[in-house]
Design a protein around this ligand. Structure first.
Ligand code: PRP
Ligand code: URA
Length: 205
């Protein structure tokens, strides 16, 4: 599946301020909301709709409504920084949680929590701001598939080429929507130029 990169001047503007090391957690959270909102709209462009007959105050008309339930799955903890805009534009979504934490020396993600709603017949959108080695994202998709998810999309703010490659190898049918594709990973598996540790910057830790 192709990698979709956000093409919106506001996305580039917001991302620049997210990358800025002087941006403090309060503004960082607002900027995360803003870029995740743009990504939410992009990642749902192809949602199926079905016809619905309603009556305006003046006459009957056939409109369209969303045809499938939507499930958002933030990868804890940084993914929580992208959840609110999805909730705001799709108030009927169900939310599942997958808790994964990278080991600081190996960069391999360890699972510590999982709670998912029924996934059959839904569109599942997994959100995590950083796609670095791709280990966390690939593991989350595996968990979602094991729980019955079939139509899965992954959304991140910054992707590294290595992470995109991992996902395309492990889950080639899963589309990736990213705010930007960065250059590479450093020796500690952080994205360059990146924005540092997203969770730490979001929560001031
Ligand atoms: C970060 C990020 C991703 C993961 C990406 O989370 O939010 O989940 O790293 O790296 P990967 O692609 O190499 O797996 P982290 O493990 O630091 O946990 P946190 O969200 O609790 O800060
Ligand atoms: N996780 C982050 O928060 N940042 C990176 O650059 C890589 C993984």
């Amino acid at each position: 599946m192709p990698l979709h990169l956000l093409q919106h001047p506001l996305g580039a503007h917001v991302l620049t301020h997210l990358r800025d090391k002087t941006t403090k957690p309060a503004l960082f959270r607002t900027l995360s909301y803003q870029i995740a909102l743009l990504l939410a709209l992009e990642a749902t462009r192809d949602l199926a709709t079905e016809e619905k007959k309603i009556e305006t105050p003046l006459e009957p008309v056939t409109g369209c409504v969303l045809a499938k339930p939507l499930v958002i799955v933030p990868i804890l903890r940084a993914g929580l920084g992208m959840l609110q805009p999805f909730h705001d534009v799709f108030p009927d979504v169900s939310v599942g949680y997958v808790g994964l934490e990278r080991d600081h020396t190996t960069a391999v993600a360890r699972s510590y929590y999982c709670k998912l709603p029924p996934l059959a017949g839904t569109r599942v959108i997994i959100v995590d701001p950083m796609l670095a080695t791709g280990g966390s994202a690939a593991q989350a998709v595996t968990v979602v598939k094991a729980a019955g998810g079939t139509e899965i999309v992954f959304v991140c703010i910054v992707a590294a080429p290595e992470g995109v490659a991992t996902m395309q190898k492990a889950h080639p049918e899963v589309p990736i929507h990213a705010g930007a594709l960065d250059r590479e990973l450093n020796a500690k598996k952080y994205i360059l130029p990146g924005l540092g540790d997203f969770g730490d910057r979001l929560y001031g830790t």
